[in-house]
Structure formats: structure tokens, C-alpha cells
Design a protein around this ligand. Structure first.
Ligand code: NAP
Length: 241
């Protein structure tokens, strides 16, 4: 097994995922750039390599069993280890998300990517993660998934969305269940809220940069062994569930 730490970041070809890959890469780690589109994936890998990051491409569609199985095999063959998994890939499903008029396929697709995709990738990578002396899993969530904030009058939680926001609530709940099952292991798993960042996801309307958005995921990916697990954090601390 290589001495160099390895991380896999899903949806790392652009936006916050690309910046998480760059940030972890600058620690001297080997970085798997998980992305489904070959051209965008290889462009991101080339850019990271040019910046001095030891990056390698991992073809990965989080909604596809065969793709995820192949990604785990590729990571094992390439590095023999996985220390950190960042489940960053996500979609909003578009803007037509009023509960009373939504196309249910919009909800189904968002759940398939943002929740089931995370479970699929996590379980495929767990055998590799379990070999690490300090495995970390970071699920990139959002404060729009906070039911506390969603029901607090005046809190900023974006537009009404019956697909995107509930997928992040679901993802937070899933994160807690993993933490409970893994509590007697050395694996720490937490949910991260990057804040409202200017990316493709929101037509670049966010007021934070993707680099700023990456900060909390990088922090949770590099937690000390006595760090928290089963929590939900942004850069300022705990986010209410
Ligand atoms: P983005 O620029 O649109 O990036 C999303 C990434 O996910 C892209 O690389 C995309 O790949 C990938 N992806 C989508 N579906 C995938 C699939 N089935 N398999 C593999 N990759 C897939 O958006 P972002 O803002 O950086 O979002 C990253 C994460 O942050 C998401 O989980 C999002 O919910 C979360 N977040 C973002 C904000 C924000 O303000 N931007 C706020 C809170 C949370 P393609 O290029 O192939 O589409």
C-alpha cells in the first residue's frame, strides 16, 4: 500500500468538487477526480496536474451500479488505498419544484443522485476506506435541508423545492444512520454545508466562491481521530438539523 493518502471526490470536474479536489491535492494527497463526462473529467485532471496536484481521473456516474463498482476497482488498482471519500456530486433537478405541480420524475431523479448515489458510492468504497488508519467520509449537503431553518420564519432557505431541499434532509438523515452503524470504527462521517456558492448549480448566483464552499468539506475530510461524527457543519460550526 502506498504511503501517500488518497481521496476520491465525486462530481469533481467543476464547482465546489473541483475546489475540494484541489484543496486536498495541495496537502500532497493523491486525488481521484470522479466525474461522468470524459471530456470534462480529463480537462479537470489536466488542470489539477498542471497545478501540481497528483490527480487521476475516475469515470463515475453515481446513479449507475456498474460505474460505481468500476470506480472502486480503479481506485484500488491505482493506489491500493482510500482515506477520504467526499460525496459531492449533486443536482437540483431544475426550478419547477412546487409540491403541488412538480413532475414526480424530478423528485425521483434528485433522490437517485443526491441520496441513493451517496449510499451506492459509500458502500462500494467502504472496503477500501476500512483499510485506512483514519478514514473520513464527507457528504456535501446544504442548509436548505435543515428542517429547523425551513420552519423558522425569515430564515433564508431559497425557493420552495420539493425535490432538492428534501434530498439534503434525507442525506443528513442517512449520514446520521451511517455514523450510528460505524460508531465503533475509526471512520468519521459528517455532512457539510458549503454555503451559497456561485456555480453551475444555481446559474452562478451564489455570493460565495467555490473555493470558500470547499473549505468545510476539506476541514471534515482532515478531522483528527477524536473529531466529530454524525454531525452537520458549515464553516461557522454546527448547522441545525
Ligand atoms: P455543480 O458545479 O453543478 O457541480 C455538480 C457536480 O456534480 C458536477 O461535477 C456534476 O457533473 C456532478 N454530478 C451530477 N450528477 C452526477 C452523477 N449522476 N454522477 C456523477 N457526477 C454527477 O454544483 P456545485 O454547486 O459545485 O455542487 C456541488 C455540491 O454542493 C452538490 O451536492 C450541491 O448540492 C452542494 N451545494 C451547493 C451549493 C451552492 O450554492 N452551489 C450550496 C449548498 C450545497 P456533470 O458536469 O457531469 O454534470
Amino acid at each position: 500500500m502506498s504511503e501517500q493518502k488518497t481521496a476520491l471526490v465525486t462530481g469533481a470536474n467543476k464547482g465546489i468538487g473541483y475546489e475540494i479536489a484541489g484543496g486536498l491535492g495541495r496537502l500532497g494527497w493523491s486525488i481521484g477526480v470522479g466525474a461522468r463526462d470524459e471530456e470534462r473529467r480529463e480537462a479537470a485532471v489536466a488542470k489539477l496536474l498542471a497545478a501540481g496536484v497528483d490527480a487521476f481521473g475516475v469515470p463515475l456516474d453515481v446513479t449507475d451500479d456498474a460505474s460505481v463498482t468500476a470506480a472502486a476497482a480503479l481506485t484500488e488498482n491505482r493506489t491500493g488505498r482510500l482515506d477520504v471519500l467526499v460525496n459531492n456530486a449533486g443536482i437540483t433537478g431544475g426550478t419547477a419544484q412546487l409540491p403541488t405541480t412538480v413532475d414526480v420524475e424530478t423528485v425521483r431523479t434528485a433522490v437517485e443522485t443526491n441520496v441513493i448515489g451517496v449510499i451506492r458510492v459509500t458502500n462500494a468504497m467502504l472496503p477500501l476506506l476500512r483499510r485506512s488508519p483514519s478514514p473520513r467520509i464527507v457528504n456535501v449537503s446544504s442548509s436548505v435541508g435543515s428542517l429547523t431553518l425551513q420552519t423558522t420564519p425569515g430564515a433564508e432557505t431559497g425557493p420552495i423545492s420539493v425535490a432538492y431541499a428534501p434530498t439534503k434532509t434525507f442525506l443528513n438523515a442517512v449520514t446520521v444512520q451511517y455514523a450510528k452503524e460505524l460508531q465503533d470504527t475509526n471512520i468519521l462521517i459528517n455532512a457539510a454545508c458549503p454555503g451559497y456558492c456561485a456555480t453551475d448549480l444555481n446559474g452562478f448566483r451564489g455570493f460565495r466562491t467555490p473555493q470558500q464552499g470547499a473549505t468545510i468539506a476539506i476541514r471534515l475530510a482532515t478531522l483528527p481521530d477524536d473529531g466529530p461524527t454524525g454531525g452537520f457543519f458549515d464553516e461557522d460550526g454546527e448547522v441545525p438539523w
